[in-house]
Ligand binder design. Sequence first.
Ligand SMILES: [Zn+2]
Length: 274
Amino acid sequence: MPKTVDCNFCGQNSTEIVQKAEDPFQVVKCKTCGLVFTRPQPDKGLIEEHYQEDYYKEWLEKQMKRRIPMWKKRLKELLKYKKSGRLLDVGFGSGTFLRLAKENGFEVNGTEISEYACRYVKNHYGIDTFRGDLEEARFPSTSFDVVTLWHALEHLPNPRSTLNEIHRILKKDGVLVVAVPNLNNFITRILYFLAKGKKLKLFSINAKELHLWHFSPHSLSRLLQETGYGVMNIKLDLAQIEFPKKIVDFLTLLVHSLTRKNFGEAFKIYASKL
Ligand SMILES: [Zn+2]
């Protein structure tokens, strides 16, 4: 059964509808704090069913090579904040980032709900990981220098509790990197509407990705501050490799250079544990 969740930020349940999805799902906005989220939430079984082997195979077989430059860029940027130590990647997916971080001298670990993905990184990269939710792993307190969530937080049932758990396992001054899709993705929305003549959906039960939370740089910064982090930097997350999406990235850069605003597909926040 889908679960009706309250606002993950302020705990209130008074909302207005932003978009309707397949019954009973809707994307709603909290009337108290403005957080946008999917309600009710698909239950864990349905989510796990959604992310089966085929989902990961797509990233591992068809997309991996093409996406390596993107992962290298992400790692290079992270190295400006932390050069070595213990790194945890939550929801590591293809495991490419774990592999690159390991090659760069980090001692790496990761969590994933997919047994297939965990087996893959063990067999191909010799990396031991935890299969399941971060909270179930019970990593020792203050044991990581870096925790990364590359497009993972929007998939997780309770971002606040995940950020609290990361706070517990990070060392003081440890670095957290969170990359998520951007609620203010106006460039994609406009191009999508021009191309397809309909509105881009924030959530569909049939979509490849099930996003439970729809963050803006503002709302995610606030959640990070509330859970004990200092926001160091909010940056564009340009990660597109296919041709039409490269246009989105180009326009994102252009608009950003003129206005300093991010209306692109995604953003990332560098934060430190206070
Ligand atoms: Zn709220």
